[in-house]
Design a protein around this ligand. Structure first.
Ligand code: IPE
Ligand code: IPE
Ligand code: MG
Length: 248
């Protein structure tokens, strides 16, 4: 992967955390008369391109929506293909990610995944847990509403365990404390949320965390989304004025 210091110079403001809804794999394939799953296969190349660009530009957090809670509604064969693809991705990336300084993380409920895949995920997490250059988070069997509910349950149990001071814990609950119970605890909120394929919706992705994210929609299908497209999104991000409710 070529280094592009000039790109950094033209991007005075870079996001700390980029989150991406990788969409349009199926349509990419269908437009070419291929089975939908070929788009998923091709899409893994884009995952590498985006990950390498983050490493090159020193963007420290990248979160990718790989499989939603709602994606279980898809045909069994497509789900199986996606799971096998994940399995192979974990095998092929293990060494590379570890050497590149990438810390691998996940959000979402892994317990519904095949035990073999869970083992590989845990191995990759353990192998890379000391890495800090890029926190690469895959959202797997992820749904934001379910994540928030899960956080409420975790918090409630934690408060109940406090016995007589449970009410104090509930009264003291604030945004910062609540965030510690989300799957994304320790990960800053996304500064930039990208969705490919032109769809303008969140599809149950990071509903809490994207409260103040800058949204960028690309018309490109995910397999066609290249380094130039990613840099175009970053360039637009650099020009946005983030006001957080205040006046400029
Ligand atoms: C995104 O591409 C990948 C996943 C949701 C796993 P899609 O499979 O949603 O592709 P389209 O949106 O049908 O084209
Ligand atoms: C969102 O894409 C999920 C992922 C990218 C993993 P979908 O293709 O599933 O979303 P909808 O169905 O168009 O909202
Ligand atoms: Mg889609």
């Amino acid at each position: 992967m070529e280094r592009t210091p000039e790109t950094r110079a033209e991007l005075p403001v870079l996001p700390v955390h980029v989150a991406i809804i990788m969409d349009g794999n199926g349509r990419w394939a269908q437009q070419r008369g291929l089975p939908r799953v070929m788009g998923h296969q091709k899409g893994t190349e884009t995952v590498r391109v985006v990950k390498d660009t983050c490493l090159d530009l020193k963007i420290p957090y990248l979160t990718l929506y790989a499989f939603s809670r709602e994606n279980w509604k898809r045909p069994k064969a497509e789900i199986e293909f996606l799971m096998n693809l994940l399995d192979r991705y974990l095998d092929s990336e293990m060494e590379g990610l570890a050497k590149e300084g990438v810390r691998f993380r996940t959000i979402g409920d892994l317990t519904s995944l095949h035990p073999r895949i869970q083992d590989k995920i845990n191995a990759l997490k353990a192998r890379t847990e000391r890495n800090t250059l890029l926190h690469l988070t895959l959202a797997l069997n992820y749904g934001a509403r379910q994540e928030i509910l899960q956080a409420v349950k975790r918090f409630s149990k934690n408060a109940l365990e406090a016995g007589s001071s449970a009410v104090d814990k509930i009264n003291a609950l604030d945004v910062k404390i609540f965030e510690q119970f989300l799957d994304t605890a320790g990960i800053p909120d996304p500064d930039l949320l990208i969705r490919t394929s032109g769809e303008m919706r969140l599809s149950n992705f990071l509903l809490w965390q994207c409260s103040y994210s800058e949204i960028y929609v690309s018309d490109k299908m995910w397999p066609d989304f290249g380094r130039e497209d990613f840099v175009r999104a970053l360039r637009e991000f650099a020009e946005r004025e983030r006001r957080y409710g205040a006046v400029s």
